[in-house]
Write a protein that binds this ligand. Structure first.
Ligand SMILES: O=C(O)CCC(=O)C(=O)O
Ligand SMILES: [Fe+2]
Length: 375
């Protein structure tokens, strides 16, 4: 049986406080207990804002390599800045994507030897000089999604049969917002067939993620500063080498590991999903589901913007007091994955993921931590 498509939830009535908001809350529970993923509409983020963030992102990624590498994340102990193609690792394999990592703009902390290593994650971002409007556009977008996240957290509480403010204190005192601007490209010519890992299968580590997706588009025509281009379509042995956009993009693991569900881009929506911290807090009632991105075909690119909302790094996840009728539905907890232990402390879990996916930054700034584990 082919896996089902993802549900679409309209948060509009909940935002407006109308009686229909209850329907959203019920649908939210079904979506988070089921696939762990859904499309969100009615969110009130203006189309001009989402278009602006994709536009600055496109302008950045189309800069010459030297300009992008000026803000490479190897310069940042906080894992901020640019990661070039193939320099991020998921499941032991290089991802075919480039990205900029941006978190809340804060000064680096002055830390003593006994302070937890995850506090080194706080610090300033790196911003590209050539795209000066990227900073204000991205920070405004993050602020908007932060406000939307806080509303969604209230809906999550209600969906679990709890008072709407039950989870508020988890997100008090500087919750952590993280954003990735991402560009996926086709495997380069000569790349082994079937190696089309835009990002490998993974679960998100935090609480809740919002993905804004652009369509798969042809690469822009090569200009004087441009190294890629439609000319590169020839010679690829990649399955998508026909140059036609195929089923590329975000895919979500089906129920019981049954195939992959395509989460195709849909205008005006975010794809929202649950992260490991929330799964842990609900004792598995809400699911952090494995997902991946398949590379676009030759001569094409795909942009996305992933926003992760989580509690402050020092927060420890307490199990939420679930009503008995939900506890009865939990069933057996899945066995722990030895390759991916989940830590109840948000900072420890977050640092675990960074150290694994960015080994070069880890070696430069966290050699002491990799030697003894991310606690
Ligand atoms: O690009 C996407 O559609 C999803 C990205 C993703 O899953 C991630 O960065 O965690
Ligand atoms: Fe993800």
């Amino acid at each position: 049986m082919a896996p089902q498509a993802l549900p679409t939830l309209d948060i509009g009535p909940f935002l407006a406080g109308t009686a229909e908001g209850g329907r959203f809350v019920a649908a939210l529970r079904r979506a988070c207990h089921g696939p762990g993923f859904f499309y969100l509409t009615g969110h009130g983020i203006p189309a001009a804002d989402t278009a602006a963030v994709l536009e600055v992102s496109r302008r950045f990624f189309h800069l010459p390599d030297a300009a992008k590498l000026a803000i490479e994340n190897i310069h940042s102990p906080h894992f901020r800045g640019y990661t070039r193609l193939g320099h991020e690792i998921t499941r032991g394999r290089a991802d075919l994507r480039e990205q900029i990592d941006i978190s809340d703009e804060r000064p680096a902390r002055v830390l003593g030897p006994d302070d937890p290593a995850y506090l080194r994650l706080d610090g300033p971002n790196q911003w590209p000089e050539q795209v000066p409007d990227l900073r204000p556009v991205v920070l405004a977008y993050m602020a908007r999604l932060g406000r939307l996240s806080r509303v969604l957290v209230r809906a999550f509480a209600e969906s679990l049969g709890l008072p709407p403010d039950e989870l508020d204190r988890t997100f008090a005192d500087e919750p952590r917002s993280h954003l990735k601007l991402i560009r996926y490209q086709a495997p380069p010519p000569g790349h082994a067939a079937g190696r089309d890992q835009g990002v490998g299968a993974h679960k998100d580590g935090g609480f809740v993620t919002f993905v804004l997706q652009d369509d798969v588009r042809p690469l822009p025509t090569a200009g004087p500063d441009h190294t890629g281009g439609p000319d590169h379509t020839g010679g690829s042995d990649h399955a998508g080498g026909s140059g036609r956009p195929g089923p590329a993009g975000l895919q979500v693991a089906g129920p019981d590991g049954d195939g992959w569900i395509d989460a195709a881009p849909r205008p005006g929506t975010f794809v929202v999903n649950i992260g490991e911290m929330f799964e842990l807090a609900t004792r598995g009632y809400y699911r952090a589901t494995t997902h991946r991105v398949v590379s676009p075909p030759a001569g094409h690119e795909r942009m996305s913007v992933a926003y992760f909302f989580g509690p402050r790094l020092s927060a420890t996840l307490e199990p939420v007091p679930l009503p008995d009728e939900l506890v009865r539905e939990i069933g057996d907890a899945p066995p722990p994955d030895p390759d991916n232990p989940i830590f109840a402390q948000h900072g420890v879990n977050t640092l675990k993921s960074w150290l694994r996916s960015h080994p070069e930054v880890a070696r430069r700034y966290y050699a002491d931590v990799t030697a003894r584990g991310p606690s």
